[in-house]
Design a protein. Structure first.
Length: 459
């Protein structure tokens, strides 16, 4: 069930699956607390307006800058601008948009913000790694005349502005530190003075360095072996050898053109090999080829070390990043994920049988409740689940309608308490609410080849 809502402040939202998307038409529609929404959908046909919205959202220092940001597919925009969003969407397909937003937000919620985020280098590193991790995608540059270096990077080109060389240095530093891995895409050559890529490569005279030169073909006459510029062989409308006076009729039979010779119209110098020079259109600086800065352009992905730096488990244990109501007793997601990974190592080491699972339901009625009422329902359901768990079992409460649990040394098929949890949660909902979908429980027996991230995204 989809709803378009307008609250007292005239904010338009789209809702589905208990999540709200904020619809904005102009920059002024963005509230300070946009992070409370599952995502933002921009509905404008103005490229200037979209750019203003994108800059305001993406250039914020904290993690809220990476909120899912979609654009109504009815409008056409340039690739450079769309690369900073999560793409175009059909605004009527709210369920699809919300599912994409949920996947992104689930991974964003795992990230621990560094304490020194005010440092610019750390901020760029943090936001780049967070973008790669939350979108589970590659950082793929594309050619663009608007970029000073000829390549445009999603997010980074927006954050760094005109400092294109700074982008490459930041990527090189992260790659050198093992936080990202790069796959070669291209080599670029930049002006030694301004690091611009808008260069004019030209042939010049090696004597006076003027570009006013002219190339002439050399002719080799097979019969007498005479070699001279083509102009020396021209006689009226045909070619004739100036040495033996024989007429040249067929190239490849009577003669060939083995090379060319250049002459300078400024100093009359003749030469066979002109020098190559690169003139920068931006700063008008002349560069020899050896003076150009060569940089590598790559396609980048986050590494395991990058994820470890980003999630920062030690810090996440010492200081809980995720604010949780005091009434909720379950652990935070980073700790739950860490413990699940440790349990997986134990399964691989000793072959024990442990279960990872999820509990979920949908309610058209609850999704319109305020946050306090949703929290009260979440607390009550958490109490029911906790009453069937042992001291070593773990529970993470993601939302009022989604829970994850880890049962060490427990095989799901032999665990009657799981069915009791499902039955009691269903009874609580059906006795008190209408329009509630059945409680769905998914379980998975951990195997040594499993990947916790993948499991948590599919359960």
């Amino acid at each position: 069930m989809l709803n378009v809502l307008r609250n007292n402040e005239a904010k338009q939202t789209l809702s589905a699956q208990g999540h709200e998307l904020l619809v904005v038409f102009r920059k002024s529609d963005l509230p300070k607390d946009w992070a409370q929404y599952a995502g933002i959908v921009v509905n404008t046909d103005s490229e200037k307006t979209l750019l203003e919205i994108v800059k305001k959202v993406r250039c914020k220092q904290d993690i809220s800058s990476l909120i899912p940001l979609f654009v109504n597919e009815l409008h056409t925009f340039q690739e450079e601008l769309l690369s900073h969003t999560d793409g175009k969407v059909h605004i009527a397909q709210v369920d699809t948009i919300v599912k994409r937003a949920i996947r992104i937000n689930k991974r964003l919620n795992q990230i621990i913000t560094p304490l020194n985020l005010s440092a610019y280098e750390v901020q760029i590193q943090f936001k780049t790694l967070s973008f790669l991790y939350s979108r589970k995608s590659l950082l793929t540059p594309f050619t663009s005349r608007k970029s000073k270096i000829g390549y445009y990077f999603p997010m980074l080109s927006l954050w760094n502005g005109d400092d294109s060389l700074g982008i490459l240095k930041a990527l090189e530093a992260m790659q050198h530190g093992g936080l990202i891995a790069g796959v070669f895409k291209d080599h670029i050559h930049l002006c030694k003075n301004c690091s611009g890529n808008y260069l004019n490569f030209k042939e010049i005279c090696p004597s006076c360095h003027d570009a006013d030169i002219q190339a002439r073909d050399m002719i080799h006459h097979f019969v007498c072996a005479h070699v001279a510029p083509e102009d020396d062989f021209k006689k009226g409308d045909h070619l004739s050898c100036p040495k033996c006076d024989k007429k040249l009729r067929h190239i490849g039979i009577d003669y060939d053109k083995p090379s060319a010779i250049f002459s300078c119209n400024s100093c009359t110098n003749e030469f066979q090999n002109p020098q190559i020079q690169a003139a920068c259109f931006d700063c008008e600086k002349e560069n020899s080829l050896s003076e150009l800065l060569q940089k590598t352009i790559g396609e980048y992905s986050i590494t395991a070390k990058g994820e470890q730096w980003l999630l920062n488990y030690d810090t996440s244990i010492k200081e809980e990043k995720h604010s949780r109501p005091p009434s909720l007793k379950g652990i935070s997601f980073p700790i739950f994920k860490l413990m699940a990974r440790q349990e997986l190592k134990r399964v691989a080491a000793i072959g024990t049988q442990s279960t990872l699972g999820s509990i979920a339901f949908q309610s058209n009625e609850i999704e319109f409740f305020n946050s306090d009422m949703k929290t009260a329902i979440q607390v009550e359901m958490e109490k029911i689940i906790q009453s069937y768990l042992t001291d070593v079992d773990l529970l993470y409460s993601e939302a009022y309608n989604k829970f994850y649990f880890l049962l060490p040394d427990t095989l799901a098929s032999n665990c009657e308490r799981l069915e009791q949890i499902r039955y009691n949660l269903s009874k609580l909902l059906t006795d008190n609410l209408t329009g509630t979908m059945p409680v769905v429980m998914h379980t998975h027996q951990l195997k040594k080849e499993d990947e916790i991230d993948l499991l948590l995204n599919t359960l």
